[in-house]
Design a protein around this ligand. Structure first.
Ligand code: PRP
Length: 198
């Protein structure tokens, strides 16, 4: 029998309850800002899938949801700041209020590319909500209107964030035991927080 994924976690940095509280606060702030105006949530796959599902349910404004997928961390293009779109939006965004939903802001290169790309489609407004922002890691300035938590530059997993595609289903956010990632390096092309994580 395989060991529980919980056993690979060294410590929890954000509990399920703390995440739920903060997501509700973000939802309340977003609802207050948009009021009765419809807002399109654009979640960036795959990490933000869990966050957007919970966030959307805390927003009282009319919400629509769409998804984009971009080339993952660790790809040769990412470090240059060139991001490849693997899945584009299903609908146009011209004239609409757009809120990009991210799970984590790390170097900022993904969002820099995405925001430039989306801005060229002429939305009525364009803002960002990220659940996590890594302290001191941003290589480019990103204007993020809503930030859930500032987190230290550690390998965090859970609540959508993976290590080598695992641990996204942890209900909390935690730091992995070092032996988990030193014994088994991530496969090429998998997502990472600069070093193999996201
Ligand atoms: C993560 C995260 C952001 C990006 C942030 O995605 O979801 O999209 O990295 O990094 P940056 O600020 O340095 O650009 P990842 O490519 O790991 O894919 P995933 O969401 O499928 O795990």
């Amino acid at each position: 029998m395989t060991a529980s994924i919980h056993e690979d976690v060294e410590r929890v940095i954000l509990t399920e309850e703390r995440i739920r509280e903060r997501v509700a606060e973000l939802g309340a702030a977003i609802s207050a800002d948009y009021g009765d105006e419809p807002v399109l949530l654009i979640a960036v796959l795959r990490g933000a899938a869990l966050f957007v599902a919970d966030l959307a349910r805390t927003i009282s404004s009319p919400v629509e949801i769409d998804f984009m997928a971009v080339s993952s961390y660790g790809s040769s293009t990412k470090s240059s700041g060139v991001v490849r779109i693997l899945k584009d939006l299903d609908e146009g965004i011209e004239g609409r209020h757009v809120l990009v939903v991210e799970d984590i802001l790390d170097t900022g290169l993904t969002l820099k590319y995405l925001l430039k790309n989306l801005a060229s489609r002429k939305p009525r407004s364009l803002e960002v909500v990220t659940l996590l922002s890594k302290q001191g890691k941003q290589r480019v300035p990103i204007d993020c209107k809503y930030v859930g938590f500032d987190v230290p530059d550690e390998f965090v997993v859970g609540y959508g964030l993976d290590y080598d595609e695992r641990y996204r289903n942890l209900p909390y956010i935690g730091v992995l035991k070092p032996e988990v990632y030193t014994d088994q390096p991530p496969s090429v092309g998998t997502s990472a927080q600069g070093d193999g994580y996201s």
